[in-house]
Design a binder for this molecule. Structure first.
Ligand code: ADP
Length: 395
């Protein structure tokens, strides 16, 4: 029997899972899967560790309206039936918000869950689903050790100026701070960066996590110095459906003059803005890149313009930049977006090798570039598996 760790990343409409051996060394998944379309038309897919799709015909037919609470037991049963020779010894979860003090993962207890519940208003689109998955696993497998890994933890190394807003001190003291997110992705990149950059990995690095959610992190000595996301995961870069940085006066105007409720504004800023809102076509970069629509083109241009501005601002935090890393769905796959961002940064000494970029090479800076440019696939699940293993190891 091989001991293994189940990794769960539960979102509003999807649940991603992976199984990793509970063994020493860099975590390599045995199985990865996803239930997409939760709440509308759930679809289950699963791949083996090598990325080959596995048959899933024996996964039970799912009702369209099935929720997370009913899905988790079905999933755990399926995993049990399909993991011959494997015993799941612990579950690790992605949890978006850990609050101002948690600088690393934590074992799940009732007290921890109560603390994390109090943070729901700070991450209303993600935290409730993350916590629901933990509760479902606890209800289905009460003896399984569980670990929560936070997207905010990596940024707790930032100095005070990086974390506070120019608001009355009282509000800062109450925890209205720039928390930052995508920390598990940045932690993975930090862990693997020395393999690409050697001792230069401890230099001034900006990681651009460009997915549906998008943010950037300035890292020095492989630690977070500054980041683009703020109090919530709404701040910073333009995203798939989120607006990113916005004049707060717009929110006041929407309330006072257009009569929108808080709920309506939340939906507008989290669901109807970003690439989706500007293009009026899609939140999906693949669709936008294939489109001839002028608004789709403008959405891509705005995405890149805003990304370049943010990157330059983060470079200021470190007095320059030695390397840029592109990661996540768009960062890893869109040569066009990488090129359009880099073109705006030529004044910083950034010079792309256009051919290497088009080919999707991992090093894409030209010989003349004074800034290294890398493309590295992120792996948040591997970070969660490692953390879960170290927090649940039997002594
Ligand atoms: P999430 O934040 O949901 O984890 P991902 O990191 O999976 O998001 O990124 C999703 C985004 O990546 C989508 O906009 C998708 O269109 C984009 N993407 C994926 N593959 C490509 C590609 N080949 N070219 C351009 N964009 C891509």
């Amino acid at each position: 029997m091989t001991d293994a760790i189940l990794v769960i990343n539960a979102g509003s409409s999807s649940l991603k899972f992976a199984i990793y051996p509970d063994a020493v060394g860099p975590p390599v998944a045995i199985l990865r899967g996803k239930i997409a379309g939760i709440g509308s038309a759930p679809v289950f897919t699963v791949k083996n560790g090598a990325g080959r799709a596995l048959p899933q015909d024996d996964f039970p037919q799912l009702e369209k309206s099935i929720g997370l609470n009913d899905l988790v037991p079905i999933l755990l049963d399926w995993i049990k039936a399909h993991s011959e020779g494997i015993t799941i010894t612990a579950a690790g979860h992605r949890v978006v918000h850990g609050g101002p003090h948690r600088d690393g993962p934590a074992r799940v207890t009732q007290a921890l869950l109560a603390d994390l519940e109090a943070l729901v208003p700070l991450a209303p689109m993600h935290q409730p689903h993350n916590l629901a998955a933990i509760r479902c696993v606890a209800a289905t497998a009460p003896d399984l050790a569980q670990v929560a890994c936070f997207d905010t933890s990596f940024h707790r190394t930032q100095n005070r100026l990086g974390q506070i807003f120019a608001l009355p001190r009282k509000l800062t003291d109450e925890g209205i701070l720039r928390y930052g997110f995508h920390g598990l992705s940045y932690e993975y990149i930090a862990s693997i960066l020395p393999q690409y950059l050697g001792h230069m990995a401890t230099g001034r690095v900006i990681v651009a996590h460009l997915g549906n959610g998008a943010s950037m992190c300035a890292m020095k000595n492989l630690r977070s110095v500054a980041t683009s996301m703020g109090f919530t995961a709404l701040d910073g870069l333009m995203m798939g459906r989120r607006c990113g940085t916005l004049d707060p006066g717009v929110v006041l105007f929407l309330m006072q003059h257009k009569g929108l409720t808080a709920q309506e504004i939340e939906t507008l800023l989290y669901e109807q803005s970003g690439l989706f809102g500007v293009s009026g076509v899609s939140n999906d970069m693949v669709v936008l890149e294939a489109s001839d629509d002028a608004c789709a083109k403008e959405a891509i241009e705005l995405f890149c313009y805003r990304a370049a501005r943010e990157l330059a601002a983060l470079a200021t935090d470190m007095g320059g930049v030695d390397a840029i890393v592109f990661t996540a769905g768009i960062g890893e796959n869109s040569a066009r977006v990488r090129r359009m961002i880099c073109e705006r940064l030529e004044w910083l000494g950034v010079d792309l090798d256009l051919a290497a970029n088009e080919l999707g090479a991992s090093r894409i800076a030209s010989e003349a570039s004074s800034v290294d440019i890398l493309v590295i696939a992120t792996n948040e699940e591997a970070v969660i598996a490692s953390a879960t293993r170290s927090l649940t190891q039997k002594l």
